[in-house]
Design a binder for this molecule. Structure first.
Ligand code: GLN
Length: 538
């Protein structure tokens, strides 16, 4: 089968969930046995989101090949179990960088380099790059931003050209918003009509409209939209708010989105998608009554997207443990010796979040000391693991000034220090230790038992590391280094075996947790939290 290209654009407002719709479609096509990938094109000029503050763009996701990526790639992986790479996320910055490099090399010698055709050609080349590998039947491309934005124009123009070139092998889905005016008790279709008109003005006729809505959109209203927007009535689909994003593949399938896409791409739909494992997860999710309460100590608690992958990994792990997840965000800047008891006592387990810089760090130490002394299941991730080490050094090893050189370059006890290969690094973008690395686990550790194996591969994003010179002292005092990189000897996992569950990972296990393959460490952490919660009750 020739590769089919599906484009997903958005109109009216941002944050409609193009990523979830793209992921749901990919989920359904995969469940029908097709080979699928999803990629995102972001119109901003940063080369990648690695240099963006979470306030700007939420969590930075990391692919196995070490690309700092948009958080939508996390959704793609969680919904499809398909690994993404650097090729799955391209920004305007990357496109321009590549065109300018070619210009300097002389590739366009004699020619004026312009947005059309040079930038659009580069976009098209990138759109087709994954398709050209021959590994995929469907390449779903999500175009970031909203139609009508100045930034996204070159992308939209490229979609127009591709549609022309690809003919039947191309399907355009446009996602819009149908607002409900409470005072008039009415749903309004005008913004959708305008948005489609805007697309038509730049030469794109969408094949399918997906309407985000908080209320059911009646059939006659869909017919009206179909009439005004030149789409067939059955290709006007509603995406109504559902209690969990993981139900969206079902609501899309109920309205035949997968069949529609196949038919529009010239493929005859056969049979039904194999949804049994996904449905099994949803059944568990709906059946879960009892609650597991987890506290997440971090400094971006007011942002729901800052710890996206951790939220989802916890949710998946809770669901497989037949529990509803109650996640409490605890602001590390507000946590102190005076309120820690009140803040953390209700928790069955505590996560110490990743992060950068000094802000909120002292609150993390307060939380860690309290959790350690009260023997609460505690999971430190990346900076969280580093804080675990520092707190242990200060309060157990008796090194009161122990620190990371990230926070205090002159600390006398640099238990966390800059990695050797980082010392000469000056550029900020894409220069951390990034991507998946192998880690060997001590077979007697809780971590190895949780994974059920002694070699794992998880993803990293950091510059600092555990200082090996202190290793013996830590181990003598009860904190063991139970996960090591086999090539470099870097300490990737620490564990205090005499505690219920006191584990820190330099890597980010949350990035590899998907709906069908939840991360074993999160599963085990939630299991320990449940057991502790039960114990607390009695
Ligand atoms: N700031 C720490 C480092 O660079 C941890 C980074 C993180 O938590 N992702 O090593």
């Amino acid at each position: 089968m020739e590769t089919k290209y599906i484009f997903v654009t958005g109109g009216v407002v941002s944050s409609l969930g193009k990523g979830i719709i793209s992921s749901s479609l990919a989920n359904l096509l995969k469940a029908r046995g097709y080979r699928v990938t999803i990629q995102k094109f972001d119109p901003y000029i940063n080369i990648d989101p690695g240099t963006l503050n979470p306030y700007e763009h939420g969590e930075c996701y990391v692919t196995v090949d070490g690309h700092e990526a948009d958080l939508d790639l996390g959704h793609y992986e969680r919904f499809t179990d398909i690994s993404t790479t650097r090729a799955n996320n391209v920004t305007t910055g990357r496109i321009y960088q590549s065109v300018i490099d070619k210009e300097r090399r002389g590739d366009y010698l004699g020619k004026t380099v312009q947005i059309v055709p040079h930038i659009t050609d580069e976009i098209k080349r990138n759109v087709k790059a994954l398709g050209n590998t021959g590994k995929f039947d469907f390449v779903i491309t999500e175009i970031g931003g909203t139609v009508g934005d100045i930034e996204s124009l070159p992308f939209i123009e490229s979609v127009r050209q591709l549609r022309w070139e690809l003919g039947k092998n191309c399907v355009c889905i446009h996602l819009t918003y149908v607002p409900f005016i409470a005072a008039a008790k009415e749903l309004k279709t005008k913004p959708t009509q305008h948005s489609v008109k805007q697309l038509q003005e730049v030469g794109i006729q969408p094949d399918i409209l997906v309407l985000r809505t908080e209320h059911h959109i009646p059939q006659d209203m869909r017919k009206k939209i179909a009439l005004f927007c030149n789409v067939s009535p059955d290709a006007v689909i509603q995406s109504i708010d559902v209690p969990s994003i993981y139900k969206v593949p079902l609501t899309m399938h109920e309205q035949h989105l997968d069949e529609l896409v196949l038919r529009k791409a010239g493929v005859t739909p056969e049979g039904e998608p194999h949804m049994a494992p996904w449905l099994h997860f949803l059944e568990k999710m709906d059946a879960a009554q009892e609650v597991v309460t987890i506290g997440l100590v971090g400094k971006y608690v007011e942002l729901q997207d800052a710890y996206k992958s951790i939220n989802e990994a916890l949710f998946q792990a809770a669901t497989y443990n037949d529990r509803k997840l109650k996640l409490k965000f605890i602001h590390s800047e507000k946590l102190n010796q005076g309120n820690v008891d009140e803040m953390l006592s209700p928790m069955d387990g505590v996560i110490i979040a990743p992060g950068f810089g000094q802000r909120g760090i002292e609150g993390k130490f307060v939380a860690l000391q309290w959790c350690r002394e009260h023997d609460v299941p505690t999971f430190g991730i990346c900076l969280g693991m580093q804080c675990m080490v520092i707190e242990y050094a200060r309060n157990v090893l008796g090194l009161p000034e122990a620190n990371s050189t990230e926070m205090d370059p002159h600390t006398p006890d640099n238990v966390i220090d800059l990695m050797e290969e980082q010392k000469s690094v000056t550029d900020k973008g894409g220069t951390m230790r990034l991507g998946a690395y192998e880690c060997r686990l001590d077979p007697n550790s809780k971590v190895a038992k949780a994974y059920g194996k002694t070699t794992v591969k998880e993803r990293h994003r950091h510059r600092f590391e555990f200082n090996d010179e202190y290793r013996e002292r830590f181990e003598a005092a009860g904190m063991n280094c139970v996960g090591l990189n086999p090539e470099t000897g870097l300490v990737e996992v620490v564990e205090v075996p005499e505690k219920r569950w006191f584990i820190g990972t330099q890597y980010h296990p949350e990035y590899s947790s998907t709906v069908l393959h939840p991360n074993p460490l999160f599963l085990d952490f939630i299991k320990a939290a449940i057991a502790y919660g039960e114990e607390k009750k009695h």
